[in-house]
Design a protein around this ligand. Sequence first.
Ligand code: NAD
Length: 483
Amino acid sequence: MKRSHLQQNARQYINGRWETGVTSGLSENPSDTREVVAEYARADRSQTESAIRAAVDAFPHWSRTTPQRRADVLDQIGSELLARREELGVLLAREEGKTLAEAIAEATRAGQIFKFFAGEALRAGGETMSSMRPGVQVDVTREPVGVVGLIAPWNFPLAIPAWKIAPALAYGNSVVFKPAELVPACGWALAEIISRAALPAGTFNLVMGSGREVGQAIVDSPLVDAISFTGSVETGERILRAASARHAKVQLEMGGKNPLVVLADADLELAVDCAVQGAYFSTGQRCTASSRLIVEAPVHDAFVARLRRRMAALKVGHALERGIDIGPVVDRRQLGQNMASIAAAIEEGAEHVWGGELLTRPTAGHYMSPALFLARPHQRVAREEIFGPVACVLRADDYEHALVLANDTPFGLCAGICTASLQRAMHFKRHAKVGMTMVNLPTAGVDYHVPFGGRKASSYGPREQGRYAAEFYTTVKTGYVMA
Ligand code: NAD
């Protein structure tokens, strides 16, 4: 393996100090697997517990700091992220494999999120109400929850940690953050910026390592008051069982199998744009990806033909190469899973329209062409989350049928519709059983100042992002005063 001069030496950040791990690991570049992106420290259970104790000790002080102090810290972190967005984008593209443009946009978003929550720290307030009893005053105030454990996935290694860490700190909590094993350099880069923001020691801690050991230690610790997790349904459900058994607060963001409905009156070019962006950009590795394209019968064949033409023109390659539309799959395991899902789709009788092949490029990476199938609703390709550049088209007889198909899934994160009819669009917005709806837009691609999250198997607990983040990162206290 080639050790690049850009290689990071990523250490744990515990109680205001950089620490080596109990063991170490390597993260590799999925565009060129000969390149090591980082050698990183891996914690065990006892090192994780020391980070948790540091957060416990830091909480009383941090929770009592002024809103101005917290806003200044978050603003400083946001400013540095924005100033270094290009450099961070390169690191992100090298470690996770999304294209450089997508990676810079993600680094920018991470900076914007810290800036947003700097403002929220100042705006946090409560309510005063009249009592039912004469002479009594009632108020409702918000307090930080305590020590929060933040467990993140690999697919947005800067933005997802940012939208957990920023509100946690803004509302006065102390943090133990565990990034995914595939992206330690991004987690470390974020921690390094946070470490320079004059936070009291122990307020923010970074622990890297395996989910089973480090993640589980966070989930099991009676000292961790709340856990915010983004990742797979399987891990999320395990965390929910363990955390709720000890009455910890839990927030889970998990998978999706998001529908994009295309009605006969839609602008077909726009619909194809939405499908290409939603299904294939970021290599389809987004929980909001449009993996089910539900198309009304009169435009079905025309839509499929146009989409196929657009897919044939998409360029797959090294994430840092100019003009690339789609980077590699994140790792060998995910590529193997994508290929297995494609084989299963063919075996089940889904009609193969385009792609799904392994690609060779000048560098040894995990490359595949985006894949499209014509499927039936019961087939696995139409039901299971693949988390890769694989989508299927389902034929709908009419709008009512399309809506039934859209809701026929255990997931409920996001749903989109392309139509020229305001009436249909509004009906869809009301009746789609999801947390987010999109009209004439791709299902993936959301704003940072409004709630993010879903229903059914996609999410559990309060929404993330925007002002709604306060629901998870604070607890409400009702005060009665006889004056
Ligand atoms: P994953 O569930 O394998 O891992 C997510 C995180 O949990 C990692 O940090 C991992 O180390 C940790 N973890 C694993 N086992 C654990 C345990 N027993 N206890 C505590 N922590 C543990 O998911 P992934 O492979 O990193 O990400 C891909 C999945 O994430 C996809 O299924 C995707 O749909 C989902 N995802 C959802 C959203 C969303 O907001 N809804 C966003 C991005 C990704």
